[in-house]
Design a protein. Structure first.
Length: 123
């Protein structure tokens, strides 16, 4: 395992992930919104990237020689650096609309009770 090979693999991994799942920025942002709803605490793309990098590093306990864990951790930390920059007001407006859309799609809508209609009242 060579450090230069690991760093080259990082660029390849980002390209592969982008082509499979879309731009990482959108994926981390979507994950943050979902986690915010599920955990009822505000999480950001930065938080998700740090948590994911932590998971990658934790995997090294089982196999220190696994280059994939190093590559994934480096990629996630690099995104954390990108996400550490403050967002603009326009981003906040867009984010609010996306968050509301996600909340609606995950919210429970109870069934509408149907009135009892007897056969005699229908005649």
């Amino acid at each position: 395992m060579n450090h230069a090979d690991i760093l080259r693999s990082c660029a390849t991994k980002v390209n592969e992930l982008d082509s499979s799942f879309g731009p990482r920025e959108l994926v981390f942002d979507r994950a943050a919104r979902i986690a915010t709803i599920l955990l009822n605490i505000e999480l950001t793309a930065y938080d998700i990237s740090i948590i994911t990098a932590s998971l990658n590093l934790a995997q090294l306990q089982a196999n220190r020689a696994d280059p994939e864990s190093y590559v994934s951790a480096i990629v996630n930390v690099a995104f954390a650096g990108q996400f550490a920059e403050p967002k603009t007001k326009a981003d906040d407006i867009i984010d609010k609309g996306i968050a509301e859309s996600i909340a609606k799609s995950y919210s429970y809508i109870p069934p509408i009770p149907m009135p009892n209609v007897s056969s005699e009242s229908a005649i």
